[in-house]
Design a protein around this ligand. Structure first.
Ligand code: NCD
Length: 317
């Protein structure tokens, strides 16, 4: 009998970015995520689709929700999960990323999830291993599972992704979340707006199909979705905003600016939030408007779906 891949498995081995996957892949991942949302709400949350498989989490940057949710996702699917953080890795002893990749590869893992401060580092690692690789964030480049969980959150609240007006606001320049979201949402038919001071907008970003606004009130007009981003000081070299107080005044989401959006506009934030810098607590904590904790719940399901699709043993016919 010929081994066959499951009918809904993704065509590619890795998930390195939204750049490279199709609208059909996005729908496959989101649809499978829905079944994990339901499973996670049961008392018995475990499945065994990855039993006997090995998942390595390799994080060269700090992370709370992304690392925890990949770990929990792997465990809920029955995989053996190994955590490696930069503090404990041989990179500290001068080993190169490629040597680390080849060392881990020799242990026959089935999936490696990687977060790294440099754009392109996850693809480089993927080129030196035989298993599936998932990008959990590479520099300011891509963070595909974040965009997928944002899309699932939007689809569950609005019933669709096409025809929505989405404002992504804040530090677009340093944000891999923004980049993956612009690619995914435009591909799925949303109209994407970017709202930020000119110092925090990458040059020629309009080429990705987004419209840029430097006035937040204008940018938020009639929006269905408002996605707020953190000022990513750790990626900044130099000064990009005069002060966080002034930044909040012009680009922080508060009740007054929110009133410009549609009355049923949904607020998203990938976390970690800086309250009083990009978002006011009264808005962030308003559960009738903000889906920030729902994003965390759905993020787990999206990571289960991605691990399921990329980490399973191909079924035989
Ligand atoms: C984001 C990241 O790491 O890119 N966080 C996350 O994955 N939840 C955004 C950020 O750090 O601000």
């Amino acid at each position: 009998m010929q081994p066959q891949t499951r009918p809904n498995a993704l065509a590619q081995r890795d998930l390195l970015g939204i750049d490279g996957i199709s609208p059909g892949d996005v729908t496959t991942i989101l649809d499978l995520s829905e079944s994990y949302v339901a499973l996670n709400r049961n008392a018995q949350k475990k499945s065994d689709v990855l039993r006997g498989r090995t998942l390595i989490l390799l994080f060269f940057e700090t992370s709370t929700r992304t690392r925890t949710s990949f770990e929990l996702a792997g465990k809920r699917l029955g995989a053996d999960v190994i955590n490696i953080s930069v503090a404990s890795s041989a990179i500290k002893k001068g080993e190169t990323l490629i040597d680390t990749a080849m060392t881990l590869n020799a242990m026959h893992p089935d999936v490696i999830v990687v977060r790294h401060p440099d754009a392109g580092a996850v693809r480089l690692l993927a080129n030196h291993v035989n298993c599936a690789v998932i990008n959990a964030g590479d520099g300011s480049h891509e963070h595909p599972t974040q965009a997928l969980l944002d899309a699932l959150t939007i689809r569950r609240h609005k019933g669709r992704l096409d025809g929505l007006r989405v404002a992504i606001c804040g530090d677009i320049l340093h944000s891999r979340v923004a980049r993956s979201n612009i690619l995914l949402l435009s591909m799925m038919g949303s109209q994407v707006r970017l709202v930020a001071p000119s110092t925090l907008v990458p040059p020629a970003i309009e080429r990705l199909g987004a419209e840029v606004f430097h006035d937040m009130r204008q940018g938020l007009e009639e929006c269905d979705i408002i996605m707020m981003l953190r000022l990513q000081a750790e990626r900044m070299q130099g000064t990009f905003v005069p002060s966080t107080r002034e930044y909040f005044r012009y680009f922080g989401l508060d009740e007054a600016k929110l009133a410009m959006a549609r009355p049923d506009a949904l607020i998203l934030h990938p976390g970690p939030m800086n309250r009083g810098v990009e978002i006011d607590s009264s808005v962030a904590d308003d559960i009738t408007r903000s889906a920030i904790l729902i994003q965390v719940e759905l993020g787990l399901a999206v990571r289960q779906a991605c691990l399921d699709l990329l980490g399973r043993e191909p079924e035989t016919a």
